[in-house]
Design a binder for this molecule. Structure first.
Ligand code: AMP
Ligand code: ZN
Length: 112
């Protein structure tokens, strides 16, 4: 956990463009955006992968969806965003602290 880049952002040890913060979660802009609007939401608790989400984490994981919508509205993509969570390196997970990608503002429809 000490080497976790998102824990360091949460602790203020690494800078990030924060878009929302409360006791449970943090939202910040992705450093390498893959869409016109691309931000991440993380639980402040270090959970390595989506598969590690426990019953005790259900409330905060649900909150991520609600806050995602609030931030997306502020970013002007209230009705045009996708939600992505990668689970495991083979599925593209690079940072092993659970995070929700919000990809917004893409004009064209795509397959998954
Ligand atoms: P994933 O591949 O699902 O693990 O996504 C990790 C995401 O974290 C990528 O989209 C990166 O661009 C993003 N990322 C990595 N380091 C930082 C950072 N310091 N600040 C903001 N986003 C970051
Ligand atoms: Zn972490």
């Amino acid at each position: 956990m000490n080497d976790c880049i998102f824990c360091k952002i949460i602790a203020g040890e690494i800078p990030a463009e924060k878009l929302y913060e409360d006791d449970d979660i943090l939202a910040f802009r992705d450093i390498n955006p893959q869409a016109p609007v691309h931000f991440l939401l993380v639980p402040k608790k270090h959970i390595p992968m989506p598969k590690d989400i426990a019953v005790a984490d259900e409330a905060v994981m649900g909150k991520l969806f609600r806050i995602a919508a609030e931030v997306a509205k502020k970013e002007g993509v209230e009705e045009n965003y996708r939600v992505v969570l990668n689970n495991g390196a083979k599925s593209g997970q690079e940072v092993f602290h659970v995070h929700m990608h919000i990809l917004g503002g893409r004009p064209e429809p795509r397959p998954l």
